[in-house]
Design a protein around this ligand. Structure first.
Ligand code: 3H9
Length: 700
């Protein structure tokens, strides 16, 4: 059995300490240990109170996620343990020493009282795994703090720190240190007062008050479409909380929770979300990079380029408490960049999500630098100038002469050749890619790009730095576009071909939106600006690519996208909602006819396949070439960097779910119909189908 619980007698208290490193999930050994410890304490007349705490860095991180979908595990069930705790005639006190998530918080809610360390986060994040708190959380939390506060906490899955939990009424005492001693003192005090117990299941005042709010659940349900579009678990959560509010019968509410939990457990979204949970963590494990190898000690960072990317990257460092110098070769650009950063922070302060003090501290960590020479003592530099290989090489030549020995030299290129950049220095082993996604201070993804000569030390440092910056880091090989942009190229190309062949931007965008992305390729193109590509193509002397003909024609008519209110769509002033514009449709039809297309009608299903299957086919090539280490890495990139719906699990997981043989059959059909080499089936996809395997099987 996995994990254990230590039993100690401390005065008149039994102290149960959960030990299942690193974060104490409720694995079989923990459940059995809690059951045995509770039984022993209840049977011992000298024991008057019971204190439950966690060793290691958490209280309890929740149910053991790896057990979901696996064969039933041995030992006591969680409900048996919780019944024993909640039924205890001796007060049970949770000494919350660290993270109390999911089933962990539910354990604490079955205790009579909760004492927490001020730094401990408490939350019910099950929704992020496609689940709901299935150990009474949906019934006990509303009884403790009221449904109005419980709904956002359970629906968002976001944790609160112990001091906020105290204000909400979730914990009874917060201490800055020695939480176990504080809980034992709390216990001794209870004994002195005749050992009163306090069972949350018996509380009713909060839910009775909630009953008077007739629109609580209709409002919450209406909000789900904005916050959790297409997701299954959130509506189930509301159903459970409503049961807690509308009936006095606790057991009836628990029965609703059990049924809804079972429904979530059986839903494919749960599997997809748990796949993403483990894939994000697996992405950190790089063959050849050991956990304890020496890394560069990053105290001071530097960023080149104060535009949107560079400014966002500087904010990432400052947010993580790392001093960062920022340089731009245009002094006005540097001033503008600093103003934008200040404005970004000020908006977060205005929304109440950052204190003014924290903003001032972060701004103080960002030091403008007049010249690159100022970077000599930085431990890492991230170059974030625009995508021009010659310019980047020139900068790296200079950095080579300026940076101290042993510093990490990273380029934020989104797809240029890292080896060519590294070759312009005398220390290619210290060069790698660190590709942030825009806006860098918001987006979670970081692609760390391995050059042919990048040393394990440099790569390990970049990966660890990503974690410090709060990013999900994925290692990518050095190929044009790396993982993400190489794949997105196939997606955009098919979308652009389809509007030439007869689909409308609105239809393609609707299919992609309904699939779960925030916006489709044409709304996205309008947002980014059609003129960027158009100007770049003109500078290169034009392009033979037929998919550029429509955006070129739109730009020739001064339709640049959202920025001037006209693009693939029309935009009312001050509104970003795309409105179908017959003029743009006329342009599309004209270009399409001039190129000799017979426009045809597309089904939504065909559109979805044409957009998503290039991701799958290119993803398979990346795996075969070794440019992506795992199918799960590709899914992690797409979910965190490209807005792919995480409840679908990423493109490779989606392909597995469709059945690889049917995906391959469609790709073969597209190849035959179009003769387009881009549709040539990836050899890995063919091999997997021939062997009856899935992409997921490669990661096991
Ligand atoms: C639940 O509770 C359902 C109940 O309501 C009902 C039941 C009937 N299980 O993230 P890290 C592993 S659902 C198993 O790198 P951090 C993780 O895979 C659960 N393993 O550390 C990793 O393994 P490895 C609700 C888990 O410090 C290692 O621990 N709970 C679990 O950055 C370290 O993790 C959640 O959703 C788990 N529950 O963050 C909490 N948790 O080293 C999910 C972690 O082999 N967990 N592992 O790669 C988290 O949010 C973060 O892991 C946590 C620590 C904040 C706890």
């Amino acid at each position: 059995m996995k994990g254990s619980v230590h039993y100690e007698v401390r005065g008149a208290s039994a102290l149960l300490s959960i030990d299942n490193p690193p974060v104490n999930p409720l694995s079989s050994g923990v459940r059995q240990g809690l059951f045995d410890g509770m039984t022993r304490a209840l049977d011992d007349d000298d024991i008057k109170t019971i204190v439950v705490t966690g060793l290691n860095r958490a209280f309890i991180a929740g149910a053991d996620i790896s057990e979901f979908g696996a064969a039933a595990s041995e030992g006591a069930g969680l409900n048996q343990v919780l019944d024993l705790m909640e039924g205890s005639t001796k007060p049970v006190i949770a000494a919350i020493n660290g993270t109390a998530f999911g089933g962990g918080l539910e354990v604490a809610l079955c205790c009579d009282y909760r004492v927490a360390l001020a730094t401990a986060p408490l939350g019910l994040p099950e929704v992020k795994l496609g689940l709901l708190p299935g150990a009474g959380g949906t019934q006990r939390l509303p009884r403790l703090i009221g449904a109005e506060a419980a709904i956002p906490m359970i629906i968002s899955g976001n944790p609160v720190l112990a001091p906020a939990a105290f204000k909400m009424g979730i914990v009874d005492q917060v201490v800055d240190e020695n939480v176990v001693e504080a809980a034992l003192t709390f216990a001794a005090d209870l004994t002195g007062r005749g050992s009163p117990t306090r069972k949350i299941r018996d509380l009713s005042d909060k839910v009775l008050a909630d009953r008077n709010q007739s629109d609580l659940f209709t409002k919450a349900a209406a909000n789900l479409d904005k916050t959790h579009r297409g997701q299954f678990a959130p509506a189930q959560i509301l159903k459970c909380i409503e049961a807690a509010v509308t009936s006095d019968d606790f057991e009836a509410g628990m029965a609703v929770e059990r049924a809804c939990f079972a429904a979530c457990l059986g839903d494919p979204q749960r599997e997809a979300l748990i796949h993403i949970f483990f894939a994000e963590r697996a992405a950190n494990k790089i063959p050849g990079l050991s956990k304890d190898m020496p890394l560069i000690d990053v105290q001071k960072a530097a960023v080149i380029g104060a535009g949107t990317m560079g400014g966002g990257i500087a904010m990432c460092f400052a947010n993580a408490g790392i001093a960062v110098q920022l340089h731009d070769n245009d002094p006005e650009g540097l001033k503008r960049g600093l103003k934008v950063i200040e404005g970004n922070y000020a908006r977060t302060v205005a929304k109440g999500r950052l204190s003014q003090v924290a903003m001032d501290q972060r701004m103080a960590l960002i030091e403008p630098a007049d010249s690159l020479e100022a970077f000599g003592q930085a431990d890492v530099v991230v170059e974030a100038v625009y995508e021009n290989l010659d310019l980047k090489k020139e900068i790296f030549v200079k950095l080579d002469g300026i940076m101290k020995p042993g510093a990490l030299l990273a380029s934020n290129t989104s797809g240029l050749d890292i080896d060519a950049i590294a070759a312009s220095t005398s220390r290619p082993e210290f060069v790698c890619g660190m590709h942030f996604f825009s806006p860098a201070n918001v987006m979670r993804l970081l692609e760390v790009v391995r050059g042919a000569k990048s040393s394990p030390e440099a790569l390990g440092t970049a990966m660890a730095l990503g974690k410090r910056l709060g990013k999900v880091s994925v290692m990518a090989g050095n190929c044009p576009g790396f993982i993400g942009n190489r794949m997105i190229g196939g997606y955009s190309r098919q979308a652009n071909l389809m509007i030439l062949e007869g689909a409308s931007p609105e239809q393609v965008d609707a299919v992609i939106y309904n699939f779960g992305l925030a916006m489709g390729p044409f709304a996205m193109a309008d947002m980014v600006g059609l003129d960027l590509g158009w100007r770049a193509r003109k500078m290169r002397g034009g392009s033979n690519d037929i998919t550029a003909r429509i955006p070129d024609a739109l730009c020739e008519m001064d339709r640049y996208g959202q920025k001037n209110g006209l693009g693939y769509y029309r935009y009312e002033s001050g509104d970003r909602t795309p409105v179908v514009d017959p003029i743009a449709l006329e342009v599309i039809e004209r270009v399409s006819e001039n190129l000799g297309y017979q426009r045809k009608v597309f089904s939504d299903e065909e559109i979805l396949k044409r957009c998503i299957y290039p991701l799958v086919n290119i993803g398979a090539q990346l795996l075969d070439e070794g440019h992506a280490l795992r199918a799960g890495d590709i899914d992690t990139v797409y979910v965190n960097g490209y807005g792919f719906p995480n409840h679908v699990g990423g493109p490779m997981w989606f392909a597995d779910a469709q059945g690889l043989s049917s995906v391959l059959a469609d790709i073969q059909r597209f190849y035959t119909e179009t003769g387009d080499e881009a549709w040539k089936p990836a050899p890995l996809l063919e091999r997997l189908v021939a062997e009856g395997k899935t992409f997921a099987s490669l990661d096991q």
